[in-house]
Write a protein that binds this ligand. Structure first.
Ligand SMILES: NC(=O)C1=CN([C@@H]2O[C@H](COP(=O)(O)OP(=O)(O)OC[C@H]3O[C@@H](n4cnc5c(N)ncnc54)[C@H](OP(=O)(O)O)[C@@H]3O)[C@@H](O)[C@H]2O)C=CC1
Ligand SMILES: CCCCCCCCCCCCCCCC(=O)OCC(=O)COP(=O)(O)O
Length: 250
């Protein structure tokens, strides 16, 4: 197994070169790693915004291209050029429903606390998700562009937009000051089984699907509402933010 930190460009280049050296090619690249975030726009440092973008956006972008133009690395050691050369390959991006719609303070304010510590309880007021949404919107945009450019080389690009999944995502989320959130949110705890989601992703890759939403009816409808009646969608979100701010005194 080759492990590396997605926020370290040098490590990404080295890992891709090692993988290509060991296996000769990559058939399917699944850009899955990511972090989430809890905080308000006003409280969050730009360093935290950058950390989320580096992990969720620049990491997958760098891994996919793997320094196409990097001088010390021969072109054959880069993932995308090696796929182009073979005219074969499949790139998957695990985005999110939040790559299609941006929600402010989420309605689910109740949490299942991972541990019942005072510091964790005090974090219950920080529920905005803008940084996660921004990084996932960027991910969707990048891989949509890549899909169009790669069609001529017969390379597939699939963007997956899941709703909540029962993983450690909220526990591992970072907060406005960069510290770990450490809370299992109710929405996450009630999310789909990761095994089932993985099976759906595998099926989507097998069918060469281009864009897949793996979510309940409401989030799926919300995406259509955002497109067809943006004014109404924005009003709903603003009302949601107002209610949350009032109830949580943010
Ligand atoms: N859970 C959910 O509700 C949803 C999740 N998603 C997306 O699914 C993907 C997987 O997240 P999920 O399994 O839920 O969350 P987890 O927090 O359980 O897992 C995140 C994974 O990403 C890896 N990771 C995080 N940062 C880095 C980094 N800098 N370098 C390398 N690896 C890193 C972690 O590795 P390690 O353990 O070594 O730190 C871990 O394997 C993410 O892209 C997330 O945005 C999308 C929609 C909903
Ligand atoms: C025609 C009627 C439509 C009515 C629409 C009303 C608006 C409903 C809003 C629904 C919002 C759903 C948000 C789902 C968010 C989601 O699934 O995110 C997945 C994640 O990325 C989870 O990460 P997180 O860190 O947020 O736990």
């Amino acid at each position: 197994m080759v492990t590396f930190d997605l926020t370290d460009p040098g490590a990404i280049v080295a890992a891709a070169a090692e993988i290509l050296q060991c296996f000769g090619c990559v058939d399917i690249l699944v850009n899955n790693a990511g972090i989430s975030y809890r905080g308000t726009v006003m409280d969050t440092t730009v360093d935290v915004d950058k950390r989320v973008m580096e992990t969720n956006y620049f990491g997958p972008v760098a891994l996919t291209k793997v320094e196409y133009l990097s001088k010390p690395l021969p072109l054959s050691s880069a993932l995308l050029p090696s796929m182009i050369k073979r005219r074969q390959g499949h790139i998957v991006a695990i985005s999110s429903i939040q790559g299609k719609i941006s929600i402010p303070f989420r309605s689910a304010c109740q949490h299942i606390l991972a541990e019942n510590s005072q510091s964790e309880s005090s974090r219950e007021t920080q529920l905005s998700e803008y940084s996660n949404a921004a990084s996932k919107h960027a991910t969707q945009a990048f891989f949509d562009c890549l899909r169009a450019e790669m069609e001529q080389y017969e390379i597939e690009v699939t963007v997956i937009s899941p709703g909540y999944i029962h993983t450690n995502l909220s526990i591992n989320a970072i907060t406005a000051d960069g510290s770990r959130y450490g809370v299992m949110d109710k929405t996450t705890a009630q999310g789909r089984s990761p095994v089932e989601v993985a099976q759906d992703i595998l099926a989507a890759v097998g069918k060469k699907k281009k864009d897949v939403i793996l979510a309940d009816v409401l989030p799926s409808l919300a995406i259509y509402l955002r497109t067809l009646a943006p004014g109404l969608f924005f009003s709903l979100m603003a009302s949601r933010a107002r209610k949350e701010q009032k109830s949580k005194n943010i």
